[in-house]
Design a protein around this ligand. Structure first.
Ligand SMILES: Nc1ncnc2c1ncn2[C@@H]1O[C@H](COP(=O)(O)OP(=O)(O)OP(=O)(O)O)[C@@H](O)[C@H]1O
Length: 805
């Protein structure tokens, strides 16, 4: 065979090609040679047999077998189409003829073939072979020898069987090689490979074979043809592993059968007519089973393609929702053994089909443990696969409580929880892409209410799906009214299978909106009025076990049990007190800390204030000006910040030396924590209340006035502004981004004096345009007007205003 090298140059690797030829007679299955050894002039010695009429066309294709079947398909190098009768006429003698293969109308190579009728081929074979050919009665039959060098005395069927076995072995071998990925299939594939290989060896020793067995092996090749299919990817067949297991099992059956069959020997078989008939029937059964499995596999592949296209489209539609990432990774669940009764009551109630309303409202005072309960409830339903959404608000995180964001998070969570809901919600968005920005009422109706009602017939008998909104009292003032109205007036109208669990402090606004028994069923979380709280005892006990394990010498002077009981009594059932106290003790000199806590005689109502006061008093050297100044500024940035900042950002924002806030925070660990994204947050919202309330902390140095003065931020915009917005976004430090978005909030909340006005004047004169440019590049120009108006209103009160504006 000759071959133009230009074609080979299209193959990536500069190695000799592994070539094979497929022969496709019109109306019959494709047969093919095995891939050659790498060569430009290969000899296949393949006899390929097929049945077709003399007037049929016959197509030969030359391929290069790729070395990377997972990545690309075998390369077609040339095609030749002719007619069977023409070919038979040209091959009148025993000599091969050369057929031209073409690619893009150019001759790309030649392949030498010899086409004979089966009978004619058989005349040249042994007598038994002729008998066999007649017995099989494949009329009209043809045999094509592709550059064949028929072994002396070997039958065409035998040669075909060996070639076909070789092909099927290489395909099964492929499955064996990717065994890790198809672990369920692997053992069967390996067994099939072993048996087929031993059959192959046996067949090579023999001189004869039956055509029916050749056909069976060719059916196997066809079944494994998914390896050649366009775009064959492991990910695609992985989900069809169960069907593949069945295919591999059937392959093992076939391999065993072929082994038994060949073991008996051709002559033996031909004299046992009953054996032959029985086995012809068996072969037919195997072929049928294989074809059915192939159909199942192809159907699965097609379905999978359709569903992944749908999934992609649905993901795209759901991505248009404006979601907030509520990160629950730092949230604690109830300690095992605590809150058992209330958790049971809440989950039973949420599960109940006969509730007066679909909203359950857990209310309790600050720090009583509501959020921890909400987290446990959410994880309970998550484990059951029935959590629709878990949303929790954090003070100062305005983005998390926008009604649209809350609604979109619920819609998204519900879509993820149930495929029918997903379909219904995606259909709604696909019908009207602008729905996601429509007025909130319309969004509620079209994105939530309608889809939920539409799936009701399908989910009516299912268990309720739970949506949790925790710490409603912490949602921002701007959003609160609209959000509460959305919940009370609209969420309560949704089908009762969609249940809402809401927690908040018992503020008047919520009491008015969620009138018990009407819009929401109230679940109060009372503090124990008398006696010890078992849950708190358990909790403190657990913490003290830890403290004692770290400080074994504590046992010399203190009784752990006494400490636990005394701390539990002091907590008054308030979990946040217990949690903060335990953190306070679990540090340097736990014994001293414990005594400090007990020595103070706090009035019950100021228990938490007393705790925070004691904790801070002992946290660091407040009498040292440096410490006081820096600690106050760091606390301000954490407590009053409109977004969570890292220690590095706090240092830069406050103009502190790098590492200062990290050092200060070492002292404040009992009230401040670091999140996984390295931002710093207060341990509990009640600490913010305490620090900023003049009555509660006003007489102490750590009282925070809403003022971030002291920021050296009037000259923060000191680097060149690059031309591309995304480059700028990358080059803007977090503190500069923070300052440009929130400076007016702090101005509004702060106390105004002439110094501050002077600073502001300097900023306006030197950097107003820079600031506007940052807003514009970050797509926040809509903030500019409001921020300037806020600045104007806050400076009007000062006498120096005129000088600057
Ligand atoms: N059952 C519990 N097991 C372990 N720790 C708990 C438990 N309940 C509460 N805590 C601890 O007490 C602290 C305060 O609890 P939580 O934040 O749940 O109170 P809250 O009622 O939600 O407060 P707020 O009303 O201020 O939001 C939590 O940080 C947690 O560490």
């Amino acid at each position: 065979m000759s071959q133009n090298y230009s074609l080979l140059s299209e193959v990536d690797t500069p190695v000799l090609p592994k070539l094979y030829v497929t022969v496709h007679p019109e109306g019959a299955a494709v047969v093919s040679t095995h891939p050659s050894r790498p060569s430009l002039n290969p000899h296949w010695n393949s006899n390929l047999t097929f049945s077709c009429s003399a007037t049929s066309t016959i197509t030969l294709r030359l391929y290069h077998a790729t070395r990377f079947p997972l990545l690309r398909h075998d390369r077609l190098l040339g095609v030749c189409i002719t007619r069977v009768e023409d070919l038979l006429n040209r091959c009148s003698s025993e000599n091969t003829i050369a057929l031209e293969l073409k690619a893009d109308s150019q001759v790309s190579g030649r392949v030498s073939v010899l086409l004979t009728t089966l009978e004619k081929a058989a005349q040249n074979a042994a007598l038994e072979m002729q008998k066999n050919a007649k017995r099989l009665g494949r009329v009209p039959g043809a045999i094509i020898a592709v550059e064949s060098v028929v072994g002396a005395g070997a039958s065409a069927a035998q040669m075909n069987l060996a070639g076909a076995l070789e092909q099927v072995i290489s395909r099964v071998d492929f499955i064996v090689r990717i065994g890790d990925e198809l672990s369920k299939v692997h053992p069967y594939a390996r067994t099939a490979w072993n048996v087929l290989t031993s059959v192959y060896k046996a067949v090579k020793q023999q001189r004869e074979a039956d055509e029916s067995v050749v056909e069976l092996v060719q059916t196997l090749i066809h079944v494994y043809s998914f390896q050649e299919q366009a775009g064959f990817l492991l990910q695609k067949i992985k989900p069809l592993e169960d069907t593949l297991v069945k295919i591999a099992e059937e392959t093992v059956e076939c391999a065993n059968f072929i082994q038994e069959y060949t073991d008996l020997g051709f002559s033996e078989r031909t004299i046992q007519t009953t054996f032959l008939n029985k086995n012809e029937a068996k072969i037919e059964d195997h072929k049928k089973a294989l074809s059915k499995l192939k159909e199942d596999f192809d159907r699965g592949l097609a379905l999978q393609t359709t569903s992944s296209v749908n999934n992609l489209e649905q993901s795209r539609l759901l991505d248009t929702l404006d979601r907030f990432r509520y990160d629950a990774s730092l949230r604690a669940e109830c300690l095992d053994g605590t809150r058992v009764e209330i958790l049971r009551k809440i989950t039973d109630r949420l599960d109940s089909r006969s509730k007066p309303t679909n909203i359950l409202w857990l209310s309790g005072v600050a720090g009583s443990g509501k959020s921890t309960i909400a987290t446990s409830v959410s994880e309970h339903f998550r484990r059951l696969g029935r959590l629709g959404a878990f949303i929790f608000f954090t003070r100062n995180d305005e983005a998390s409580s926008k009604p649209r964001v809350v609604l979109h998070n619920i819609v998204y969570g519900l879509a993820a929880s149930n495929p029918r809901l997903r379909d219904a919600i995606c259909t709604a968005i696909s019908r009207d892409a602008a729905l996601v920005t429509a007025p909130i009422r319309t969004q509620f109706e079209q994105l939530l209410q309608k889809p939920l009602v539409s799936v009701l017939p399908d989910v009516r008998d299912s268990e309720p799906i739970i949506i949790i909104l925790d710490a409603l009292d912490e949602c921002s003032n701007e959003s609160r009214k609209e959000l509460v109205s959305l919940i009370a007036n609209h969420f309560s109208t949704l089908p009762s299978i969609f249940c809402f669990f809401i927690t908040s402090r018992p503020e008047a606004e919520f009491i008015a909106s969620f009138r018990s028994g009407h819009h929401a069923e109230q679940f109060p979380l009372p503090l124990p009025s008398t006696g010890r709280d078992d849950d708190i005892l358990l909790y403190i006990g657990d913490c003290m076990d830890h403290v004692w394990a770290k400080n074994p010498s504590l046992g010399d002077t203190l009784s752990k049990e006494d400490v636990i009981v005394q701390l539990a009594d002091k907590s008054g059932g308030l979990f946040i007190w217990a949690a903060t106290a335990c953190k306070f003790i679990d540090a340097y000199n736990p014994e001293g800390k414990f005594k400090l806590l007990l020595d103070r005689d706090f009035a019950p109502e100021s228990r938490l204030d007393g705790l925070y006061t004691t904790a801070l008093q002992n946290a660091g050297p407040w009498n040292e000006n440096d410490f006081q100044d820096q600690a106050l500024r760091v606390l301000s940035a954490i407590v009053l910040g409109k977004a969570h900042l890292t220690q590095e950002a706090i240092d830069s924002l406050l103009g502190l030396k790098r590492g200062t806030s990290s050092r200060i925070l070492e002292y404040l660990g009992c009230v401040v924590q670091r999140a996984s994204d390295q931002t710093v947050r207060v341990l509990h919202a009640s600490f913010t209340d305490y620090l900023t309330d003049r009555v509660r902390s006003g007489k102490f140095p750590w009282h925070l006035k809403f003022n971030m003065c002291g920021l050296e931020n009037s000259h923060l915009l000191n680097h060149e502004i690059p031309d591309l917005p995304d480059r700028i976004e990358r080059s803007l430090s977090p503190e500069l981004r923070y300052a440009s978005s929130y400076w007016s909030d702090h101005l509004l909340e702060g106390e105004h004096d002439d110094k501050m006005i002077q600073e502001l004047g300097g900023f306006v004169q030197a950097h107003l345009l820079h600031w506007l440019e940052i807003l514009s590049l970050r797509g926040q120009m809509n903030l500019a007007r409001g921020m300037l108006e806020a600045a104007w209103s806050s400076v009007q009160v000062c006498k120096t205003t005129q000088a600057f504006f």
